[in-house]
Ligand binder design. Sequence first.
Ligand code: SIN
Length: 350
Amino acid sequence: MSNRNSLRTLAALVAVASLTLAGCGGARGGDSAGGSADGEETFTLKFSHVTTDTTPKGAAALWFEEELEKRTDGRIDVEVYSNSSLYGDKDEMQAIQQNSVQMLAPASAKFTTVAPALQVLDLPFLFDGPEDIPTVAAPDTEVGKAIFANPDLEAKKMKVLGLWDSGMKQIHSNNLTEKPEDMKGKKYRIQPSDVLKSQIEAWGGHAEAIAFAEVYSALQQGVIDGGENTYSNIESQKMHTVQSNIAESNHGYIGYILVVNTDFFDSLPTDLQDTLVEVAEEASTYNRDNVTSINDASKKAIEEEGSTEINVWTDEQRQAFKDVVVPSLYEEYRELIGSEIIDELLANQG
Ligand code: SIN
């Protein structure tokens, strides 16, 4: 082998080794990034998510990054990867279980295969509006316990650090949606949740689970007719540019379960664990304080673009959709979600 060839081979081996180390997450299961100037061990925390930086989740993730780095004097280096740039819907759950990424904030529906009871948050008409979310999902309620003390998540190496909001979902499509019959025979994109599939089918539509990053092109190519999402997700992914109508239905909720890999968390010194938990809690407050204004701004941007008509459901229209799925869908998922939770929710429905 010539010198030049050996150098090339050496360079290739070094590149492969660094890629492998990066993929495995480095020392202690998470990324131990080395030492700080005063000799203390430093850690790298990769936080991956699928929405843009401008959404309620994206903005809270950036706030979390800045605050945690500041309060730990850089001993935890946070790397935020937004908009499915590191992992997307299809591979993020595996990545966190392998500690290739240390934090995620997926919507509850994305946990369907690993923690099916979290589909409780996908039940339609769970909340009348975003102001009800903190009460219905408080940690001491049955819903809250299903989120914050979920044994399936613990078994999959995920520690819950918070519940973040994307807000209330609206129905987007290329037709006016005022009554369930308007959905008949049309195909709607859903997140991968059995509850959401049942909901769309109960209203007469066909449901197709598609990864978030692929929704815009599926709409553009006519693979699907519509979907359901929050204003900020619709606008930031430009879904409205290929949809003529939005029904402001507020029929469902998108909530995020903020999770950290337990091997990474356990590898941190206790002072860093405490700071991480504290900053995550404050980031949850930051998220909730900003969710309504971000969704309102997205709605305004859609209105100003002028190509999508927004129809706000009347109380009667909302009730007609609700009557189809409450309580029947709640009963259908009683066993899977848990009888006590369903009882509590139905009691709250009044
Ligand atoms: C998200 O808000 O994280 C994505 C929700 C979706 O898949 O529609």
